[in-house]
Design a binder for this molecule. Structure first.
Ligand code: AR6
Length: 179
């Protein structure tokens, strides 16, 4: 699925984010940038030790924000490490923190001249954020950023791991672009 927002193609695909040939892929990291399971584990495995070396030098990243490293051996040139919130019921600022993780990632991409970016579904795995709500936050944040920064991106892609996740994001993208 593909929609034009602010001159950028917003794409949804099913697949493995480590295989994406884009300027930068986004990692669903933790605030210590220590690596872990899920997308984080897959990215460090596929990208090799240069990514972790740079993460150690950076030292950490607050929840709701993002930092950038090399892409190591990945097809993507750079990895943007975004830290989404752990879900704890929804009244602890989770939506604003999740939105911040997407917004910061896009700002880091703009600051580094990166025009194609692929995101995973941040926080909806180990961090247990309900995916219906997370998809709405993700896509409305991206749409708002693209509207405010026209011409900055060619492609913003969401890479969904399962068919069920893809369907949830497809419904959210229809909603966000309906008006
Ligand atoms: N490509 C695309 N999506 C993937 C891939 C992949 N290769 N692998 C998993 N997913 P998660 P979080 C999906 O848990 O919830 C780590 O330990 C997965 O199905 O990776 O933000 C970190 O170190 C899910 O839909 O990230 C943190 O401690 C989505 O990616 C913590 O987990 C995100 O799941 C972050 O948790």
């Amino acid at each position: 699925m593909r929609k034009d927002i602010g001159g950028a193609a917003v794409e949804l695909v099913r697949g493995d984010i480590t295989r994406q040939e884009v300027d930068a892929i986004v990692n669903a990291a933790n605030s210590g940038l220590r690596g872990g399971g899920g997308v984080d584990g897959a990215i460090h495995r596929a990208g090799g030790p240069a990514i972790m070396e740079e993460c150690r030098r950076i030292g950490g990243c607050p929840t709701g924000s993002a930092v950038i490293t090399t892409g190591g051996n990945l097809p993507a040139r750079r990895v943007i490490h975004a830290v989404g919130p752990r879900w704890s019921g929804g009244s602890r600022g989770e939506a604003e923190l999740l939105s911040g993780a997407y917004r910061s990632s896009l700002q880091v991409a703009v600051d580094n001249g990166l025009r194609s970016v692929a995101f995973p579904s941040i926080s909806t795995g180990v961090y247990s954020y309900p995916i219906e709500e997370a998809a709405g936050v993700a896509l409305s944040t991206v749409a708002e950023f693209l509207g405010q920064n026209p011409g900055c991106f060619e492609v913003v892609r969401f890479v969904l791991f399962t068919a069920a996740d893809y369907d949830v994001y497809a419904a959210a993208l229809e909603r966000v672009t309906a008006h």
